[in-house]
Design a protein around this ligand. Structure first.
Ligand SMILES: Nc1ncnc2c1ncn2[C@@H]1O[C@H](COP(=O)(O)OP(=O)(O)OP(=O)(O)O)[C@@H](O)[C@H]1O
Length: 320
């Protein structure tokens, strides 16, 4: 059955409840909860070292939670059941490719993923301009990364985890990555992308998670962000709108320096005004520097959809 016509998964793609995890004695998460309720592209953002890669590894079953519950596609990832492993693909930030050509990689490893799509692999490699028959040993870092991205997309797993996929790619390749993510073959599944390259994902994301101090502090759809926030650039500091949630000069401060701003969007004041696109880089900085007012303006999406907010989960559970 073509991927685009697959039925939606019976299980919630991802559910993490009251997760506790520490590397050695240093606690990283002390009660992290987050859910991907439906397929889509989720962006996982946060400062260096906040725990994004660790969460992806927990979702792939490479690490075990110390307390709490992690579920992906209805499975407990750490059990590493073959049925689960066939449905999840983790593209780590750093990886080792055997000294094969991309074509040989498909022949030797493609069979591990039951939905591996050889035609899609060839199309992705072509789009990213990776030579099919050149051994990886003779490729640059960026070329290897692109080959790995093509393989990850072609594996067609219901859950795809990508850690900093655009790191090391040139500007043209980043645009090509965005085009690949927007292909219809990707629309049916759940993709979680950890990244600092906010601009690379603006047009691709359906949903945003922002992690800080071991918790997901922002869990909002892009539609909600566009509905709740208004962003723009003023010609100078004197031209900034009143009551900004975040403001920053775009260059060395001077009376003529333009300033970027974020304000609460007031749909009641102009109900027919179209929602403006969300500038993720600005949002990222605003969340990193002064999150409280911004989070209050965005509000709790779960509360409005009847979902339990963080910390109201039922029974805490410890996994093997
Ligand atoms: N193998 C490891 N052993 C010990 N500590 C680790 C290990 N991997 C990660 N950590 C620590 O866990 C914390 C979270 O690391 P992680 O790589 O998950 O963060 P991140 O948000 O992905 O960071 P970055 O944005 O820099 O990639 C860091 O303080 C890091 O030092």
């Amino acid at each position: 059955m073509p991927a685009a016509t697959l039925p939606p998964p019976a299980e919630e793609p991802v559910s993490v409840q009251r997760l506790h995890f520490a590397w050695g004695r240093q606690p990283l998460y002390q009660g992290l909860s987050v859910r991907a309720r439906q397929p889509g592209v989720y962006g996982l953002f946060g400062r260096n070292g906040c725990g994004k890669s660790t969460l992806l590894k927990l979702l792939a079953g490479l690490l075990a939670p110390q307390r709490g519950q992690v579920r992906a596609l209805g499975f407990v990832p750490r059990q590493r059941l073959p049925q689960f492993l066939a449905q999840v693909y983790l593209l780590p930030e750093e990886f080792h490719l055997p000294n094969l050509t991309p074509l040989e990689l498909q022949r030797t490893e493609g069979g591990f993923w039951p939905r591996f799509d050889a035609a899609l692999y060839a199309a992705c490699l072509q789009e990213l301009q990776v030579p099919l028959a050149q051994p990886f040993a003779g490729m640059s870092l960026g070329q290897k990364k692109k080959a790995a991205i093509a393989f990850a997309l072609a594996a067609q797993t219901p859950l795809l985890l990508m850690d900093e996929p655009t790191n090391g790619l040139d500007i043209v390749s980043r645009a090509q990555f965005r085009a690949l993510m927007a292909r219809p073959e990707q629309a049916w599944r759940t993709v979680i992308i950890s990244t600092h390259q906010a601009h690379d994902l603006e047009s691709v994301l359906n949903h945003l998670w922002f992690m800080d101090q071991g918790r997901i502090v922002l869990d909002a759809s892009m539609a909600r962000l566009a509905q709740r926030l208004h962003m723009g650039v003023a010609a100078s500091e004197a031209d900034l709108p009143a009551a900004t949630l975040h403001r920053e000069p775009l260059g060395a401060p001077s009376p003529r320096t333009p300033w970027a701003w974020v304000v609460r969007r007031e749909p009641a004041a102009a109900p027919d005004a179209p929602a403006a696109p969300v500038q993720l880089e600005l949002l990222y900085k605003a969340l990193s520097l002064a999150p409280q007012a911004l989070l209050a303006a965005i509000g709790d999406e779960g509360a409005e959809t009847g979902e339990p907010p963080q910390g109201h989960w039922p029974q805490e559970e410890t996994q093997p």
